[in-house]
Design a protein around this ligand. Sequence first.
Ligand SMILES: [Zn+2]
Length: 418
Amino acid sequence: MRKFLLLALLATTAVAHAAEPAAETPILLRPARVFDGTTLHTGWRVLVKGDRIVAAGSDVSASGAREMELPDTTLVPGLIEGHSHLFLHPYNETSWDDQVLHESIALRTARAVTAARATLMAGFTTVRDLGTEGAGYADVGLKEAIDQGIVPGPRMLVATRAIVASGAYGPKGFEPGVEVPQGAEEATGEDIVRAVRRQIAAGADIVKLYADYRWRPGEDRRPTLSEAELRAATAAAHDAGRTVAAHSTTEEGMRRSIAAGVDTIEHGYGGTKEIFRAMKEHGIALCPTLAAGDAVARYQGWNGREPAPAAVELGRASFKAARAAGVTIIAGGDVGVFAHGENVRELELMLDAGMPAREVLMAVTSVNARVFHIDDRVGAIRAGLIADLVAVRGDPSTDIYALRQIRMVMKGGKVVRE
Ligand SMILES: [Zn+2]
């Protein structure tokens, strides 16, 4: 009996050893500056062991660590894209309708794999991907492939299909009654709770709701989901520990979203002083997506010169009004409308619209992490967090354009771009 126990114990030990990864050599990063998510420090070093940051500060040293010299650079937390669609590609290549109607899920997934890689190489180690826009639950599979190391890409928070009011979303213009591929899951009344739960069961980390839209092409945007539907969907999502992102560009859609208690409002172009005051009061963050409006205006012929088209001006004005009201601003560009890997574009436009570089840098790191409830893992440089780190030449806390001068990207302690 004792002999058996001993053998069993040995067997267990052997298995435990086999499962352990080989002891990794710690890495001591020596940049010129460290932006920890809120503050810039000079003379700091960062020690990484395995997939974690184990120390950060001016007195950090480690014998036996591999030293990585990063002269002239600033080390920042891995950037967090707040609003992407990895399953869409720029509308000047293929219209949204044609992507949804004519591109197979296999084709769209293949593109999404390259989009994920481009995003990671641009220093974005996490994305909140707000809907596959007709590609079903393929985002869940892509996320798994990235997590399993099959393809390179950022950590993904996924929304799967997103939810729209029945009949409110495209593509449009077909013989009524003919079933055509849809850009999101349609729901009405009580049915919306079923849709929320179905998507969460299938892998949704976030629930995305369209609070308003154009009912038909060429029309003004109008509310789509009722306040009761938004409330029911939000409550079901919150019960399951998921956050809710509401697409809304009208005053009424935003008012209903705020009343429903969503976590973030996407776009928010129609926000008034009162609406932004209410967002501030309820702790709801705004994702301004300035880069999407900018890109669409250029596709429609704008050469980028001032004065900008009315739609671009509206985006800037609502962004300024939200900031003036003290609304939490997260950083998300609606990437997919424009090219993946160009995520920094949104940050440049936030700067142009009056937000200081340091606040923009906070938005895309620590603020996004807090609003997305992932700040216990990413979004800052401090001991215990996952080692998602980006080194850029120059100082992005005073010059946001420095984020385009990437010297090194590390995800989970592994250098993925050098
Ligand atoms: Zn979007």
